[in-house]
Design a protein around this ligand. Structure first.
Ligand SMILES: Nc1ncnc2c1ncn2[C@@H]1O[C@H](COP(=O)(O)OP(=O)(O)OP(=O)(O)O)[C@@H](O)[C@H]1O
Length: 219
């Protein structure tokens, strides 16, 4: 064992999952994901969102997941506290303001960066929208609300599902610039699901769908 090698932030062991009546998305998939930005890449419908939901603990799966030492089976609360995920399809926040949505997303996030969040809010031009209910915001602005919380998160693992979708060009540039800065950090793993390659952000590794069943290290 190399004593200098950092331990992975996300460790997946022997994951099995299939939607009812569909071929298996994971059939004994194992992987280690370290700090920085990892691309989860696959065609439309290949299973990117499903895999993120599995890792977020929102779908029942067979297998073992660990984030920053907390296992989903033995310490589910600690595991969830270590993971940031906001499903872009959710309507759970429609009736609350952007500020209240952010408060929910950062609940239990002991190392959330208030100063960082303010920078992301400005960068995404969100300030005029902060006190509006989420249902009044455009799809892009809603995404920017959870993206600002995701980027400012202090959780060990951040999962982003097609983060550039529905964003204006200036916000996409800001997003890639922010992720490029975060990619240099050593204490956070950020997994970005995308159906297109991302050239703007230095990647620590990539996961390609369909998944292979041998163990792969992704950073
Ligand atoms: N709740 C569900 N029940 C049954 N099948 C589902 C469910 N959610 C997704 N699927 C199916 O699983 C497959 C993978 O879908 P998923 O949304 O994970 O892919 P994706 O790569 O994220 O696609 P996209 O790029 O279009 O978002 C698709 O065939 C989809 O129809």
């Amino acid at each position: 064992m190399n004593p200098a090698a950092p331990s992975p932030i996300l460790d997946v062991t022997d994951l099995h999952f299939a939607h009812p009546g569909q071929p298996a998305l994971a059939a004994g998939w194992s992987a280690s994901i370290g700090a920085g930005v990892t691309l989860l890449y696959g065609d439309t419908g290949s299973g990117k969102s499903t895999l993120l939901r599995l890792i977020a603990g929102q779908l029942p799966a067979r297998g073992r997941l660990r984030v920053a030492g907390a296992g989903n089976d033995r310490e589910p609360d600690a595991y969830r506290r270590n993971v940031f995920f906001c499903d872009p399809e959710t309507d759970a926040f429609d009736k609350v303001t952007a500020i209240e949505c952010t408060a929910s997303l950062r609940a239990g996030d002991a190392h959330f960066s208030e100063a960082g969040w303010r920078t992301f809010v400005e960068g995404f031009s969100l300030t005029p929208h902060l006190n509006k209910p989420m249902y009044m915001l455009s799809t892009g602005s809603k995404r920017k609300v959870w993206l600002a919380a995701a980027l400012a998160s202090g959780r060990a693992l951040t999962l982003l599902d097609e983060p550039a979708a529905a964003l204006d060009a200036a916000s996409i540039r800001f997003l890639w610039g922010s992720l490029a800065s975060l990619a240099e950090g050593t204490d956070r793993a950020i997994v970005v699901a995308s159906a297109t390659r991302i050239d703007e952000v230095p990647l620590s590794g990539s996961i390609e769908l369909p998944l292979r069943s041998d163990r792969t290290a992704h950073a």
